[in-house]
Design a protein around this ligand. Structure first.
Ligand code: APR
Length: 315
């Protein structure tokens, strides 16, 4: 009997548990949910498993506080960490950069424990600050860079596409586009590479409307934090599951991915969002698209913002 894919999700909080939900509904494989909180991943896994007879999926679900059950995972999604929050006293949001110190310790220790049990796995980082945490995972895992990637671009692109579909009153399915760069306010949406049913976006929306969508996309994470008081999780978890699906089903989708650049786009030794072919081999290929001068400039600003956070890491 062919073996089922094994997917481990570390951090059974909002993003992790919801990713498990999307993954089992798509029957992408068996799912192991890990968290440090005792009883928490077990409870989430059991509750979700009890929905299986109703929803009709046959994935096995395990919730655990130790890493033994994760052994031999094909794909591991790391969401463990502290999310951005709004300080009720000051009304200020935690910036992604402020999270670096706390989350690098959490992500580093999780990565070490994961790779001990699953030395052949592919790792996807979700914890923020995203691009910097990818560096932590690469460093701590000792894996080749094609097996360590981050999820940000799929989410940023999803928000961008949703806002376009809303502005035009058309199906989200017919919107194609990409958001590149780091996961933060400097991300780089590319209107000149965005099309609706093959028609270039600038033919359908005036410049000021496109600019407003770009600004809203850049602040998309903050908009949700402002409304909820904590980070969003439906769209982030759906986005990471799209990457998991492309890997386990070897779909070779072209997805905006936080990938380790080795000279592509003029950057080296840096994780940043670029279009990549995602399949069984992880990041199988980075696609270098032609960028205009303005787009190159925006990517430079974004790369510098990522470098500023990466500099805070001790390696
Ligand atoms: N090992 C395992 N799990 C951990 C660890 C650890 N060392 N440290 C924290 N966790 C768990 C927490 O117990 C919690 O259940 O990670 C989970 C995080 O869940 P939430 O607090 O609900 O945060 P969430 O909204 O899911 O965001 C997770 O994704 O988008 C990013 O910025 C976000 O970094 C954050 C991450």
């Amino acid at each position: 009997m062919p073996r089922r894919n094994k997917i481990t999700i570390v951090g059974a909080g909002n993003v992790g548990a919801t990713a498990a939900h999307w993954a089992v509904q798509k029957e992408l494989g068996d799912v192991v949910l890990v968290d440090i909180k005792e009883g928490f991943p077990q409870g989430k896994a059991l509750d979700l498993a009890e929905s299986s007879p109703v929803m009709g999926f046959d994935s096995n679900l395990v919730g655990t506080n130790d890493y033994d059950a994760t052994a031999g995972s094909d794909v591991v999604v790391i969401t463990a960490g502290v999310p951005r929050k709004k300080d009720p006293a000051t009304g200020k949001f935690t910036s992604r950069d402020e999270l670096v110190e706390t989350n690098r310790k959490i992500v580093g220790s999780v990565t070490k424990q994961i790779v001990e049990k699953s030395p052949d796995s592919i790792l996807i980082c979700v914890s923020n600050p995203l691009d910097a945490m990818c560096h932590v995972m690469l460093h701590e895992s000792g894996f080749p860079a094609n097996r360590v990637m981050g999820m940000a671009g799929v989410l940023d692109t999803a928000r961008y596409k949703y806002f376009i579909s809303e502005a035009l009153g058309v199906s989200v399915e017919d919107i194609h586009g990409m958001v590149l760069g780091g996961h933060g306010d400097t991300m780089v949406p590319l209107p000149s590479h965005t099309s609706i049913g093959g028609i270039p976006l600038p033919e359908l929306l005036p410049e000021e409307k496109i600019e407003a969508i770009i600004q809203r996309t850049r602040k998309g994470g903050g908009e949700i934090v402002g409304l909820l008081g904590y980070s969003g999780y439906y769209a982030p978890s759906a986005s990471v599951v799209a990457m998991v699906e492309s890997i386990v089903r070897d779909k070779k989708r072209v997805l905006p991915t936080a990938a380790f650049l080795k000279g592509e786009y003029g950057y080296s030794d840096l994780y940043i969002g670029v279009p990549a072919v995602i399949g069984k081999g992880g990041v199988e290929k980075i696609i270098e698209m032609k960028l205009g001068d303005k787009e190159k400039q925006m990517l430079e600003v974004s790369a510098n913002a990522v470098k500023d956070v990466v500099k805070l890491l001790p390696y």
